[in-house]
Design a binder for this molecule. Structure first.
Ligand code: NI
Length: 139
């Protein structure tokens, strides 16, 4: 583990109790581990808010492959953004529905753009984007 810095945090009693319950629900081994995760999460979110950072993310979509032209549109869009699409995994969920996970990496604006476009195509029943980064500088 890199050099550690210790600091003390004062919390209102009720907030502290709620935090301890949060730790136990999530099986955190210590408060420190949970605080580290929360800080990293906040900093990665901030990286996503800045337009210069390179980020990574996934988009998960569920759609009915019988809908006319939907599969073609999804493929065309991914080719338009081939510079940020790393990989696509397709699962045939049932007779009608497909689930696709698209892994993205690149400038935040471009990653966000294709993510939003994929999720908003008519016929996509559910879409969810997950944002992360390499966490460089955050370990
Ligand atoms: Ni399928």
């Amino acid at each position: 583990m890199p050099d550690l810095v210790r600091f003390t945090v004062s919390l209102p009693a009720r907030l502290s109790a709620a935090f301890d319950q949060y730790l136990s629900r999530r099986d955190y081994p210590s408060r420190s581990e949970a605080v580290r995760d929360l800080i990293r999460d906040a900093l990665i979110e901030e990286q996503w808010a800045s337009s210069v950072a390179e980020v990574a993310g996934t988009v998960t979509i569920v759609y009915d492959h019988h809908r006319r032209e939907l599969t073609d549109r999804l493929t065309r869009l991914q080719h338009d953004y081939h510079d940020v699409v790393l990989s696509t995994t397709h699962v045939h969920l049932d007779h009608d529905n497909c689930l696709e996970v698209i892994i993205l990496r690149g400038p935040v604006e471009r990653v966000r753009a294709i993510g939003n476009r994929l999720m908003s195509i008519r016929g996509v029943k559910h879409g969810k984007m997950t944002c992360t980064s390499s966490g460089a500088g955050l370990e």
